[in-house]
Design a protein around this ligand. Structure first.
Ligand SMILES: N[C@@H](CCC(=O)N[C@@H](CS)C(=O)NCC(=O)O)C(=O)O
Length: 223
């Protein structure tokens, strides 16, 4: 099976959940990284310059033997099944994992509403308001939803799943300092989220991936 992930040249959670699931599972894939210029053309045409179809004109896009698949959650589940980080025959556990991927999407979308604000002062003000209001509320609920006695979202019997990868990298982005107006030290107030992030950070394959693929001095997050 020929697998290709198409995304930008950044370790954003939408791509990392997929790249890492495959890397951890020792599954070979092409990690194709496109430029911002090509992205602008894809947004209009719905295909790469080489004619590869991009469903919904969005990234990430995943090719399985040349067939294009979109949507972060669906791709992550497909790769998670290949790598053993998502169950193949346990619908309840699947749903428990899915809910965390979807809350990551909700938090991502909440923050993205501020990213299109060009005026620096206004953007920073909006982000401060967001953090003081809806964003902290969501983080608090996420923290409460993760069990206080678990090192992994689904417990130590299950271990690492794509839910842990999603939360770890999304929170890395939110706490990185790249988002002006959002503080970088908030994770200390959300110990259950922080513990999951530490578990993922301390995974040997994750460390290996970071060392070999992340730009030096990349603002990876404040865990
Ligand atoms: N629902 C999609 C959203 C993906 C998404 O918003 N991707 C951004 C890049 S990170 C994008 O392609 N935006 C262009 C657009 O939506 O037109 C998913 O879960 O993958």
């Amino acid at each position: 099976m020929k697998l290709t992930l198409i995304y930008f040249n950044i370790p954003f959670w939408r791509a990392e959940i997929i790249r890492l699931a495959l890397f951890i599972g020792n599954i070979e894939f092409e990690d194709r990284r496109i430029t911002g210029e090509e992205f602008q053309r894809v947004k209009v045409k719905g295909e790469l310059d080489d004619g590869t179809k991009i469903p919904f004109h969005q990234f990430p896009c995943f090719l399985v033997n040349g067939i294009s698949i979109a949507q972060t959650g669906g791709i992550a589940r497909f790769c998670g099944k290949l790598s053993g980080l998502y169950p193949k025959d346990d619908d309840l556990l699947c749903a428990q994992i899915d809910q965390f991927i979807d809350i990551c999407t909700d938090i991502n979308v909440l923050i993205s509403t501020t990213s299109k604000i060009d005026n620096d002062d206004l953007r920073i003000r909006r982000r401060k308001e967001l953090f003081d209001g809806d964003l902290s509320r969501k983080l608090n609920i996420l923290n409460k939803t993760i069990r206080g006695d678990y090192d992994w979202i689904c417990g130590s019997d299950v271990g690492l799943t794509i839910a842990d990868l999603a939360v770890w990298r999304l929170i890395g982005w939110v706490s990185s300092g790249m988002l002006d107006g959002i503080p970088t030290t908030f994770l200390k107030d959300f110990p259950n989220i922080q513990r999951i992030c530490h578990s993922v950070e301390n995974t040997q394959k994750v460390q290996e991936w970071i060392k070999t693929t992340y730009p030096k001095n990349y603002l990876r997050g404040n865990y």
